[in-house]
Structure formats: C-alpha cells, structure tokens
Design a protein around this ligand. Structure first.
Ligand code: THG
Length: 368
C-alpha cells in the first residue's frame, strides 16, 4: 500500500485537539464532515486490544452538530427521520436514520433533545445541515439551522467510568446509556452523554468552549495515567466486530433503512410526518431482497476503497462494504450487503482480489 500525505488547508478543518494528537503520535487522518478525523496512532491492532482493556480519549470533533432551534425544531427533525420522535425527552439521545424522499439513507446521526425548541444532530459524514436548510426554506418553517463550534471528546473503554468519575465526580455514575447531562470541571460546564462509537462503554463530552476543552483534554491524560489512558480514535476492528455501521461505507443513499437492519427505528404506522414515509410503506409491503450481514474471510489483510463482489461460482452472494483483519478472530471480518437467497448463512463465497480467490462465510452481526 502506497502512503500519501494529506495537504492540510482551512477547508479540511483542524480541531482544538489537533496539535495535541499530533504530538501524541498520530499517524493517519481520514476526512469527515470536511474535518480531520484521526484514523490511527501507529497500529490499529494494538489500539484495538488497548481499547478493550483500558481507556482512550478520542478527538471526534468531526462528528459535527447540526443545531436546529425555533418553534418548528422538532417538526423539522421529525421530517428528516423515520424514527418516531413524538415521545422524545429532553436529556436523551436518539439514534435516528435520516432518509431522503425515496427512503434512501442519508446519514445516521445521534440526535440530542436539548430543550423543546432546540436539537443537535451529531452527524456522520454527509451535509445534513444543507438538507435541513432546504426543507426549512421550502416549507417556510420557523427554525434556525446552524453548525455550532462543538468539538466532541470521546472517552471510551472499560476504564472510562473510573476516569470520568475521577475528573467529574461520583454524580456521573448516575448517567444512563444514551442519556446526557451537564457536569463541571474547573468552573466550566460540559454536556456529557453516555454514548460513543465503540461497544466498550464510555462517554462523549460535547465541548462548547475550545480552551476549556483543551484544559480538560490535558487533565484526562494526567488523571488517566493510573488507568493507562492513551489517545485513540474510532477503531475499524472493534466497530466492525461490534456492528456499529459507518455511513458512506456500509450504506449510502441507494440503501434503505430496512436493508441496514434499522427496523426498530422505523415507524410507518403512526400518524407522524417525514420525507420518504410513502416510499418506506411500499418497501415494507414488498419486503427487502438484501440486507447487511457479517462476513469472515480467510485472509490476513485487506484494503477497502470500493465495494467488492462476493461470489459463489457465477452467482453474486452480495457485496463487501467494509472489512479489516481481526487479530482476535485471525481472519478478515467485514460488513456486506447480502442477497436474500443467502441469508441462511449456509452458502460459502469467494472473494477475488488481484486474481487471487479467498474463501469466506456469512455470519450474523455483531461478529463473534
Ligand atoms: N456519537 C456521536 N455522533 C456520531 C457518532 C457517535 N456521529 C457519527 C456516527 N457516530 C453516527 N453513527 C452512529 C452509529 C451507531 C451509534 C451511534 C452513532 C450507536 N449505536 C448503538 C448501537 O447500535 O448499539 C445504540 C443505538 C441505540 O440504542 O439507539 O451508539 O458515536 N455523538
């Protein structure tokens, strides 16, 4: 694999933590919401084992917030998602598949209800702010749509609970999964949620004041010494095994939320109004012919820059969307869109890369 550098510019926005992570051994970036998102600190396999045992602090400022305020804020958020938000409560996070008028997936943000008239959508990588502005303007909604300067720090891993208690006090232990509240550190207030893009447990700190966030960052490393804290980032191995989907990788606007396994976040029966509802009603009637599943492949490395066909003889079993070598399973693991005839997981497949064929099998998500 050839290595290249990212030519930095204002357009590829830095974060308040960029100089810190670069001094701590960052080796790779990806670009997400027009912003730098750390991708590795040298060895993602070592980072995987560390994340599963200790605690990491992640610069995930690239998970940008779309802020929607005003009388019609909730109406606009509901228009963009098939999840029923009519009973949404202040202080809770909601994972909301965001779809277009044909029911195609646009994004899968975490939505935070900050007050009756104020929401944040914590985005995956696509310009939902523009979509929100378009809908608001087209329907003359009474809302303001903006991107506030919020820069999330994620604290992830089994020891995140002890570290956060040490920095923010015992009260943080009361926070339930996908709840959020405000906590103080050195006179500054931080919105903290029990969430994060790993299944190892942890928190996300929505930093609204850059300088306070940088001081907090440094404190997390000082206080975290006894818990072997390290800088980290969303880990491809952990997230694929755990079935945390990646928008743009595992799905895009050609896929509907049923195909992504988002059934529990879809409401086609209630009297709620969202774009793409009629399309989803039709899809629900007809049923789907493919869905995202796990795969295991007999390979010791893989590079994914586009989806790859999985075949059984001349038949296409499905398409591989994300994949990575798992040092735990000693195989490549992946997430693939699998055709209906193969959902019973019985049929093996072959994956051809540079003329070489490897064998693989289909499994459920998460991958164990
Ligand atoms: N946190 C925040 N913003 C984000 C992400 C995040 N924006 C980008 C990206 N991640 C969005 N995608 C996801 C995917 C999965 C989850 C969150 C965001 C997730 N899912 C849980 C699960 O699948 O088990 C819980 C879902 C639920 O119970 O509702 O956490 O990570 N701020």
């Amino acid at each position: 694999m050839k290595k290249f550098y990212i030519a930095k510019s204002r357009r590829l926005r830095s974060t308040p933590y960029t100089s810190r992570i670069e001094n701590q051994g960052l080796t790779a970036y990806t670009i997400y919401n027009h912003m730098l998102l750390p991708a590795s600190f040298g060895n993602i396999e070592k980072e995987y084992f560390h994340l599963k045992e200790h605690v990491q602090v992640w610069d995930v400022a690239a998970e940008r917030q779309v802020q929607i305020t005003g009388k019609d804020a909730e109406k606009l958020v509901q228009l963009m998602t098939c999840r029923n938000l009519s009973k949404a409560k202040v202080g809770r996070c909601y994972y909301i598949p965001t779809i277009d008028e044909e029911g195609g997936m646009l994004n899968d943000p975490v939505a935070l209800k900050l007050s009756d008239n104020k929401w944040w959508l914590s985005l995956a990588d696509s310009d939902i702010g523009l979509y929100a502005k378009g809908i608001a303007s087209g329907l003359s909604l009474q809302v303001e749509v903006s991107e506030p300067d919020v820069n999330i720090l994620a604290v992830q891993g089994p020891k995140s609970f002890k570290l956060m208690e040490k920095v923010f006090g015992k009260k943080i232990n009361e926070l339930k999964f996908f709840g959020f509240d405000y906590y103080n550190f050195k006179g500054n207030k931080f919105l903290i949620a029990r969430s994060g893009w790993s299944k190892q447990g942890g928190y996300e700190i929505y930093v609204e004041n850059r300088e306070a966030g940088q001081n907090l960052y440094d404190e997390l490393f000082l206080a975290g010494k006894e818990f072997q804290v390290k800088p980290g980032c969303p880990n491809q191995i952990e997230r694929i095994e755990s079935a945390l989907l990646s928008s743009g990788n595992d799905f895009d606007s050609c896929d509907n939320p049923y195909e992504c396994g988002f059934d529990k976040y879809i409401d086609v029966d209630s009297n709620i109004n969202y774009l793409g509802k009629n399309a989803l009603i039709q899809i629900a009637k007809k049923g789907i012919n493919r869905k995202l599943m796990g795969v295991k492949i007999d390979l010791d490395k893989i590079e994914m820059t586009e989806e790859k066909p999985l075949q059984n003889g001349k038949s296409v079993v499905g398409h591989l969307r994300s994949a990575v070598y798992s040092p735990h399973l000693k195989k490549v693991v992946g997430i693939a869109m699998i055709n209906k005839e193969y959902w019973d997981k019985k049929t093996p497949f072959e994956l051809e890369i540079n003329g070489k064929k490897s064998k693989g099998s289909i499994c459920d998500l998460p991958i164990v």
